[in-house]
Design a protein around this ligand. Structure first.
Ligand SMILES: *[C@@H]1O[C@H](CO)[C@@H](O)[C@H](O)[C@H]1NC(C)=O
Length: 357
C-alpha cells in the first residue's frame, strides 16, 4: 500500500516533469508567430514627415530591422543602420543635351523638385536657361554627346569624382528616364550603414557576366561578376566608393573601362565584384525600361525605388497606376506617381499640371 502510493506519486512526479518538459518544448511553437514583414507605406511616411529624416522602426523599438519580404537584397550585415536624411544622399542623373527638354524637364517637375540640392545632373552641354529657370545643379561634364562606351564612361567618371568631393554618405546614380521614389530610397538605404561596403541595384541579366581579366592579370584569366544595370539606377555606400578610388578616381575609371572594354555600369560591377570582391546586393526595387513595367502590381508601385518607361518604339511599357491623369496627359505615368506620393505640395509647385482632387 505504502510502496504503491510512493510509486503513484513518483509516477505523478515523472508525468508532471514530462508534461512541463513537453510544454517547454512547445513554447516556441505556441508563441504568436513573428509579425509579418510589412513595411510602412512610404507615402504615409512622407505625408507625416516634416523633414526628410527617416528612422527605421528598429531604431525606436528593439527589433531587428524590418525588411521587405521580397526585397531580395542580400541579408548580410543589416545589423548596422543609421538615421538618414535626404542631405546624406548624392543623386547623379545622367543625361545628354538633346534630352533636356523631352526627358529632364519632366524629372525636374516631379521628383527632382523634392531633392533639388542633392541632385546633380550630369550632361554634355550648357543650358543656362534651364539652370536659371529651375535652379538645378547642372554639371557640364565636357564629355562627348555620343552614346558610346567612352562617352558614358567619361560621364560616370565625373559623377564619381563629384560624389567623392561632396562628402555625402551615399552615391546613387539614375538615368534621365527614371523616376526616383525618394521615401523608398531613404527607407532602403537606412537599413545599411554608409561605412559598410554596399552596392545595391538590379542586374539586367539573370547570370553573372564574364570578362577577361586585364587589370590584374593581362587578360590571361577570366572573371565572372554581377553588375547593377545603370538604366535601373544603383547606389554605392561611401565606404565602398572610397575603396574604388584606385580604379575609379580622376580619370582612372576611363582607363579601367578601356582595359576590360565594357560599358560604364559593367565597369562599376567589375571594380566592386571582381577587383574588390564585394557582392552586389540584388534588389528588385529598381526598374529600367528594359523590363515589362506593366507587370508591376499597381499596389506596389509606390514602394519601388526607381521606375522607368519604354521609349518611343515601346511607348506602352509604363507602370500601371491609376490617377487623375490619362495616358495621354501623362504617358510616362511619372506625374501620376508624383501626385500620389506628394498629394499636397505639388499642386502649389506645379499648378499647371497637378489636377485638384
Ligand atoms: C568643362 O569645361 C569648362 C570650361 O573649360 C570648365 O569650366 C568645367 O570645369 C569643365 N567641367 C568639368 C566637369 O570638368
Amino acid at each position: 500500500m505504502h510502496i504503491a502510493s510512493v510509486g503513484i506519486s513518483k509516477l505523478c512526479f515523472c508525468l508532471s516533469l514530462a508534461l512541463s518538459g513537453l510544454l517547454l518544448l512547445l513554447l516556441p511553437c505556441l508563441r504568436t508567430p513573428a509579425r509579418p514583414l510589412v513595411l510602412p507605406q512610404p507615402k504615409a511616411q512622407f505625408r507625416s514627415a516634416s523633414s526628410w529624416t527617416y528612422r527605421t522602426p528598429s531604431q525606436t523599438a528593439a527589433e531587428p530591422p524590418l525588411r521587405r519580404k521580397d526585397s531580395g537584397a542580400s541579408s548580410t550585415a543589416h545589423h548596422r543602420h543609421e538615421p538618414l536624411e535626404m542631405e546624406d544622399v548624392f543623386i547623379a542623373v545622367k543625361t545628354t543635351r538633346k534630352y533636356h527638354k523631352s526627358r529632364l524637364e519632366l524629372l525636374i517637375q516631379t521628383w527632382v523638385s523634392q531633392a533639388k540640392r542633392q541632385t546633380y545632373i550630369f550632361t554634355d552641354g550648357e543650358d543656362r536657361d534651364l539652370q536659371l529657370k529651375t535652379g538645378i545643379n547642372l554639371i557640364n561634364t565636357n564629355c562627348s554627346a555620343a552614346h558610346t562606351r567612352q562617352a558614358l564612361c567619361c560621364k560616370m567618371s565625373v559623377e564619381y569624382d563629384k560624389f567623392i568631393e561632396s562628402q555625402k554618405k551615399w552615391f546613387c546614380h539614375v538615368d534621365d528616364d527614371n523616376y526616383l521614389l525618394l521615401p523608398s530610397l531613404l527607407l532602403l538605404l537606412s537599413s545599411y550603414h554608409h561605412s559598410q561596403d554596399v552596392y545595391l541595384g538590379r542586374p539586367s541579366l539573370d547570370h553573372p557576366i564574364e570578362a577577361s581579366e586585364r587589370v590584374k592579370s593581362n587578360g590571361l584569366t577570366s572573371v565572372q561578376f554581377w553588375f547593377a544595370t545603370g538604366g535601373a539606377g544603383f547606389c554605392i555606400s561611401r565606404g565602398l566608393a572610397l575603396k574604388m578610388s584606385p580604379w575609379a578616381s580622376l580619370g582612372n575609371f576611363i582607363s579601367t573601362a578601356e582595359k576590360i572594354r565594357l560599358p560604364d555600369d559593367c565597369t562599376i560591377g567589375y571594380i566592386i565584384e571582381a577587383l574588390l570582391e564585394v557582392k552586389l546586393s540584388h534588389t528588385p526595387l529598381f526598374h529600367s525600361h528594359l523590363e515589362n513595367l506593366r507587370k508591376l502590381l499597381p499596389e506596389t508601385v509606390l514602394d519601388q525605388v526607381t521606375l522607368s518607361y519604354g521609349g518611343f518604339e515601346n511607348r506602352r511599357n509604363v507602370v500601371s497606376v491609376a490617377g487623375r491623369f490619362s495616358l495621354i496627359e501623362d504617358p510616362t505615368r511619372f506625374k501620376t506617381v508624383h501626385c500620389l506620393l506628394y498629394p499636397d505640395t505639388d499642386c502649389v509647385q506645379n499648378p499647371d499640371w497637378c489636377p485638384k482632387p
